[in-house]
Design a protein around this ligand. Structure first.
Ligand SMILES: *[C@@H]1O[C@H](CO)[C@@H](O)[C@H](O)[C@H]1NC(C)=O
Ligand SMILES: *[C@@H]1O[C@H](CO)[C@@H](O)[C@H](O)[C@H]1NC(C)=O
Length: 460
């Protein structure tokens, strides 16, 4: 028997990570594109195949259901990255091992997974895995947003991710950490990795979500990195290879914020045209340029046919041979259909199933809000927001009582009355599914204030 609970609550769910893409490109004929991504409601690997050779128009593979499901680590993945060697004799999908939405970002950066979830394939259709491969040292709080670059000269992959590091004398990571930085290791097989090292750790800027873009000439790359202070992406370039010196373009690729999880790739048909997709915490927005080395030239792309809800992932150019596997199976991918975990309980903690931000006046609902105010009650009804968090319990919790844990980050502030009322509501037993906006409107209006569970007051 399952019970779902709805509670109006105020935790700050914070900005998340991301990256993705490029593989060293040879003079190959690319005939399409493959997006590997996840969605907030279903943080498992999903794929989209381009309609013909159109980089902005896609159809879902496997009917939109996950093509791969993680049953290792936290049993959920985000920031999906697909890579291969230049011979295309093998393919890897690597991803952040993280169970979101709606859980504690603070915990995820102190004692998050230090491993990457890895799948391997020789044909892009049949995958082995998942395997959880630890890449980070014990001083690291997490390993987020992986990407990889195959190096022909040394026949290995350089693997990059974001992390933050704690002092060696703080084994439980309860103190403050260094700034978010880009780390790397090398591997030949995604089973064993060299010891992790800093790749890019600027003194004053917390950075995550690095994406490389190969410009088609040895050593010539552009890279995109998220500045965690402004939640914007900046662009750098080099002609000296991944470990050469990099020159930063002034400002950011776009002025809007938030933007993260850059995906960048070259157009298959026009070698001067490049694409940059930026995740606005809801989905990717596509941009393009024919002037890759100049700052400030990323203009919005046409979004006719561009899929909604695509999150931090990667875009992989497909050869005719790749396409043969993907498309002779009329675009059906063999899914590893595993049931979702019964609960999201880890070490006695049950993480939220989903989080919703509900505007009381308009009924507008946002799923998995990130970097947004979660509770607003300022006397103006147009601004009033209630947050709903759902949990799923299985039978093993029957007869037990639970405690609600509210974790805040240092940057979270409480203003106004600095009080928060928490209400709980237990639904009649039913499978807990992703609620629709209509469900939320109905539940909030009918049920949300059934049981007053308590009031939280913040300290001055
Ligand atoms: C995937 O593996 C299955 C079972 O081994 C096999 O029948 C199928 O032909 C494979 N698919 C491809 C595209 O190789
Ligand atoms: C870390 O946590 C463990 C388990 O709670 C505890 O036994 C240990 O003393 C802690 N270590 C430090 C240095 O605080």
């Amino acid at each position: 028997m399952r019970y779902s609970w709805l509670i109006g609550l105020l935790v700050a769910v914070l900005g998340f990570t991301v990256t993705a893409n490029p593989v060293r490109r040879q003079q190959q004929q690319f005939v399409g594109y493959l997006i590997s991504t996840f969605s907030d409601p279903v943080p498992q690997v999903q794929q989209y195949l381009s309609n013909d050779n159109n980089p902005l128009s896609y159809r879902k593979l496997n009917g939109g259901n996950p093509v791969l499901t993680s049953i290792v680590g936290t049993r959920a993945v985000r920031d999906i990255y697909l890579t291969s060697n230049s011979a295309r004799s093998e393919y890897y999908i690597i991803a952040t091992d993280i169970n979101a939405p709606g859980f504690s970002w603070d915990r995820a950066t102190r004692t998050g997974s230090r491993g990457l979830v890895v799948w391997r394939s020789t044909d892009l259709v049949n995958w082995s895995g998942p395997n959880l491969r630890t890449v980070e040292s014990t001083t690291a709080g997490m390993a987020w947003a992986p990407s990889a670059v195959w190096d022909d000269a040394t026949s290995q992959y350089y693997v990059f991710w974001s992390s933050r590091l704690y002092a060696a004398n703080d084994p439980n990571h309860t103190g403050s950490a260094g700034l978010d930085r880009i780390r790397y290791a090398t591997t030949r097989d995604f089973v064993t990795f060299s010891a992790p090292l800093d790749y890019y750790a600027p003194a004053n800027i917390p950075v995550i979500d690095q994406e490389f873009l190969y410009l088609g000439q040895p050593g010539h790359y552009v890279r995109f990195i998220k500045d965690e202070r402004t939640n914007q992406i900046f662009q750098e370039r080099t002609t000296g290879g991944l470990f050469g010196s990099w020159t930063r373009n002034p400002g950011f690729v776009r002025n809007e914020t938030p933007r993260e999880g850059a995906v960048a790739f070259r157009n298959n048909l026009d070698p001067n045209l490049y694409h940059l997709w930026l995740d606005d915490y809801v989905q990717y927005l596509p941009y393009q340029t024919t002037n890759i080395l100049n700052p400030g030239i990323w203009t919005p792309s046409n979004t006719n046919g561009f899929p909604g809800g695509v999150k931090h992932g990667s875009v992989f150019p497909l050869t005719q041979a790749d396409m043969k596997f993907l498309c002779t199976l009329p675009c059906v991918v063999i899914a590893i259909a595993l049931p979702p975990p019964e609960t999201q309980a880890i070490n006695d903690l049950i993480y939220p199933y989903a989080t919703y931000r509900y505007r009381v006046q308009t009924g507008k609902t946002v799923i998995d809000p990130q970097d947004q105010l979660l509770i607003v009650k300022n006397g103006k009804s147009a601004y009033e927001i209630t947050t709903i968090v759902t949990f799923q319990f299985d039978q093993s919790t029957q007869g037990k009582t639970c405690e609600l844990v509210f974790e805040l980050w240092d940057r979270d502030v409480s203003t106004g009355t600095q009080t928060l009322d928490v209400f709980t509501y237990s639904d009649p037993p039913r499978p807990l599914v992703q609620l629709t906006a209509a469900d939320i409107v109905q539940l909030v209006s009918a049920k949300s204030r059934d049981n007053h569970a308590g009031r939280i007051c913040s300290e001055a």
